[in-house]
Design a protein around this ligand. Structure first.
Ligand SMILES: C[S@@+](CC[C@H](N)C(=O)[O-])C[C@H]1O[C@@H](n2cnc3c(N)ncnc32)[C@H](O)[C@@H]1O
Length: 204
């Protein structure tokens, strides 16, 4: 990792994903979480203010050191204890069926081995546990999808490995989850970057 991806990108992400439109979505996606929650791609802790009081503790996974620094004030102010437990979602140092719910926001685009990560998430969730997610990914509109496929090689280079064209719903189902709710919509801005998958997936 170079200076740009280590130092600049996490700060840029903290600013852009900290905007009002994202905050509203974070609140929605975090609602209903309870017990022991695993947050994948914890980043700068932008979801911390939205954890419901029913959450007992949050176990955080993220490789970014600067993200931790940026998250420190949110973690310190949080009523819910946050514990860092790992660096890579594709290899979780947790027992099977030990987690009540998982939270993941705008991270599946970036995890190098996302299929393996989703299988790991499925493994550590207890039966009946839910994956709460919001992610950008492959549009259902072929015209937009064509641009997403064209732009992904550039996006990966400047945005830390981020793919614009991952079929998020399919990836979640392939890992063994049942999609219990899914909403697709575009956020404001260029369509190739803004096609969202928001919902809940259950480990049955
Ligand atoms: C676009 S940021 C989103 C951060 C945060 N989830 C949010 O909503 O603000 C993507 C995050 O994924 C993290 N990430 C990248 N590879 C990862 C991996 N293998 N396992 C877990 N997190 C990863 C990055 O360090 C970064 O913090």
């Amino acid at each position: 990792m170079g200076f740009y991806s280590d130092q600049i990108l996490p700060r840029f992400t903290n600013l852009t994903l900290g905007g009002r439109a994202f905050t509203k979505i974070r609140r929605r996606v975090a609602s209903g979480l309870s017990g022991d929650v695993l947050e994948i791609g914890f980043g700068s802790g932008l979801n911390v203010p939205h954890y419901p009081s029913s959450v007992k503790r949050v176990l955080a996974v993220d490789p970014a050191t600067v993200g931790r620094k940026l998250a420190a004030h949110r973690v310190a102010a949080s009523l819910v204890p946050v514990e860092y437990v790992g660096l890579d979602a594709a290899s979780l140092p947790l027992d099977s069926a030990s987690i009540d719910h998982v939270l993941i926001t705008w991270t599946m685009c970036t995890i190098p081995d996302v299929e393996r990560a989703l299988k790991e998430i499925h493994r550590v969730l207890r039966p009946g546990g839910e994956l709460h997610f919001v992610e950008h990914g492959l549009s259902s509109d072929p015209q937009v999808a064509k641009w997403q496929n064209r732009l992904t090689p550039f996006q990966r280079r400047w945005a830390g490995g981020c793919h614009l064209n991952r079929p998020i719903d399919q990836l979640i189902e392939q890992a063994g989850f049942t999609l219990s709710r899914i909403d697709n919509y575009y956020m404001k801005g260029p369509k190739p970057m803004g096609y969202m998958f928001e919902g809940l997936a259950t480990k049955t």
